[in-house]
Design a binder for this molecule. Structure first.
Ligand code: ADP
Length: 209
């Protein structure tokens, strides 16, 4: 993704192009008393980030887009498929005890419950498992399908979805994770997982990649 924070030299280049554009890289370099080669990485960053537009044999233009506009444009280039994690799944007949062990071992906060064909049956959150553990039941003998949130009440997403839309869904529904699914004749096959952590990583990538 694109770097929005600009350094001093990049700000200077923007000013020069704003005043003089279209202007060639050569002429920008002259004005700054630098070589074209020194300037090349800055010009590449400014062009990739959308501040400048480069036309062959004409030169650089100032696009006039604000930082906020560019941030929004860049946000709309982040897709689920580029940030999703591997789903951690359990069968609906495993015990609550085993699901708790899986959650710890796999270091996740949400498990997806699937049948033997990887078709989504339900979701288990940390709190679902904690709730089941409060009572005096024997955790090794309660199957997770008794306590899970089940289909069709599961919110899902697809790998082609925009991450910003998924972030809104997580907030609106007050949940931590969504299964990424593929529609098949048997039902929804679980292919991935999107969590608040994935969204946070995408957010950070906007500033640092
Ligand atoms: P926690 O319960 O640990 O705070 P969540 O906020 O993700 O975690 O889950 C809250 C409730 O919503 C739980 O009962 C869980 O089963 C359910 N849930 C979690 N993810 C989904 C989802 N994608 N679709 C529907 N229900 C979900």
């Amino acid at each position: 993704m694109r770097k929005i924070e600009l350094n001093k030299r990049q700000e200077l280049i923007l000013e020069i192009v704003k005043e003089n554009g279209p202007i060639t890289g050569e002429h920008i370099a002259d004005q700054l008393n630098l070589t074209r080669a020194t300037l090349r990485p800055d010009l590449a960053i400014l062009t990739m980030a959308g501040f400048l537009d480069a036309r062959p044999r004409v030169g650089y233009f100032y696009t006039g887009k604000s930082g906020t506009q560019l941030l929004t444009e860049n946000l709309k280039k982040l897709y689920v498929k580029d940030y999703q994690s591997i789903p951690v799944v359990v069968n609906e007949n495993v015990s609550v005890y085993d699901a708790i062990c899986t959650m710890f071992l796999e270091d996740v906060g949400t498990l997806f419950v699937v049948d033997e064909r990887s078709i989504l049956m339900g979701v288990l959150s940390r709190k679902d498992l904690l709730r089941a553990s409060i009572g005096k039941q024997e955790l090794t003998s309660i199957p997770v399908h008794i306590i899970m949130t089940r289909m069709p009440n599961i919110t899902m997403c697809h790998k082609e979805d925009l991450l910003i839309d998924i972030a809104k869904v997580l907030i609106d529904k007050q949940i931590d994770a969504l299964p990424v699914v593929k529609e098949t004749e048997q039902g929804f096959e679980v292919t991935g997982r999107i969590t608040k952590t994935n969204i946070t990583k995408a957010f950070v990538s906007l500033a640092h990649d």
